[in-house]
Design a protein around this ligand. Structure first.
Ligand code: ADP
Ligand code: MG
Length: 349
């Protein structure tokens, strides 16, 4: 009995990858149990949460006035604190039931670029959602652990995490982040660049979701020999009627040039600021590319071409951060070093 209670008590420690595009929840001993878009749909009149995750994402751009579908972490910052808290609570409740006796410990990953005020806001949301103790792990660290890099060795490892709202570049050695840079150019900006380009070149208006699909199917960062062509449907800016246009991968690459250059520059700048010994290690071991943006066709090749470093795409780029944070809950004691505990804060409730 005592044993099963103990098992129950440790069973629910969890790790949350609170991403700007997707939120994942890893439960100790179980793995990733929640993997949903970071979107909340709210009834404007009553303030009630109508849907969260996939269901809410389907509503983006399709809501009547009385409903708003929002992305609470839209630009790599918490754009809507209340929405963020509601979303977090919703996801946590899917895996944490009140019948359990102990409140869970929670490891939460946030973009490394967010401000101390936003840090506190995320912690507050996690406490509100039922955490007993909250630990923050910096996203690049979690991504590196999740991608299987030997973060504790005295060797330089570079991780580039291209998410929805931010791109995080970090050099890790001996369990700590040596140099890092977070820029607010990532997947969303690629979508937006496609919207702008279609408007300018074809007088065609695309929705945010269509632009993302175009990016995934046609988008590329580097030329290759089998480049797809596709018909894209949008609304004609002049007539206001639906119209289709045939577009090639090369066209989309042009459209994506500016945000892609910003990402490449962030990697270059970080390499520039890396101590020479560690830069040498990276030259040998290469850069690990992760986050959903790592799936953009040819992004690895472009980085290789522009930095001269070897580049590897992580095995499952959308899962790296959650798996790394998950390792932290599985091996709390061994990996304590990378966690930033919240010792200042003692909560009575
Ligand atoms: P975050 O950590 O910010 O939530 P993710 O790591 O979950 O972000 O990545 C989400 C981003 O990855 C989105 O911008 C999405 O459009 C992009 N993405 C996902 N799959 C692909 C793909 N196959 N090609 C290009 N971009 C992709
Ligand atoms: Mg992420």
């Amino acid at each position: 009995m005592a044993n099963s209670l103990m098992a129950g008590a440790v069973g629910r420690d969890m790790a949350v990858d609170l991403g700007t595009a997707n939120t994942l929840v890893y439960v100790r001993g179980k793995g990733v149990l929640v993997d949903e878009p970071s979107v909340v749909a709210i009834n404007q009149t009553t303030g009630e949460v109508l849907a969260v995750g996939h269901e809410a994402k389907r509503m983006l751009g399709r809501t009547p006035d009385s409903i708003t579908a929002i992305r609470p972490l839209k630009d790599g910052v918490i754009a809507d604190f209340e929405g963020c808290e509601q979303m977090l609570r919703w996801f946590i409740q899917q895996v944490h039931h009140r019948r359990y006796l102990a409140k869970p410990r929670m490891v939460v990953c946030v973009p490394s670029g967010i401000t101390p005020v936003e840090h506190r806001a995320v912690k507050e949301a996690a406490y509100q959602a039922g955490a007993r103790r909250v630990f923050i792990v910096e996203e690049p660290m979690a991504a590196a652990i999740g991608a299987g890099l030997p973060v504790h060795l005295p060797t330089g490892n570079m991780v580039v995490d291209v998410g929805g709202g931010t791109t995080e570049v970090a050099v890790i050695s001996l369990g700590g982040i040596v140099t890092s840079l977070s820029i607010r150019t990532a997947g969303d900006d690629l979508d937006n660049a496609i919207v702008q380009w279609m408007k300018k070149e074809h007088a065609l208006l695309l929705g945010e979701r269509t632009a993302e699909e175009v990016k995934m199917t046609l988008g590329s960062a580097f030329p290759s020999h089998d480049e797809p062509v596709a018909e894209i449907r949008g609304r004609d800016l002049v007539s206001g009627l639906p119209r289709t246009v045939a577009v090639t991968s090369a066209d989309i690459r042009l459209a994506l040039d500016e945000p892609l250059n910003a990402i490449v520059d962030a990697v270059r700048t970080t390499l520039d600021q890396t101590p020479p010994e560690l830069a040498g290690d990276i030259m040998d071991r290469g850069i690990v590319l992760t986050g959903g943006g790592a799936l953009l066709r040819g992004l690895d090749e472009r980085l290789r071409h522009e930095t001269g470093m070897p580049v590897h795409v992580a095995e499952d780029p959308l899962l790296s951060v959650a798996m790394g944070a998950g390792r932290c809950v599985e091996e709390f004691d061994a990996l304590q070093q990378v966690l930033v505990s919240d010792a200042r804060r003692l909560r009575a409730s």
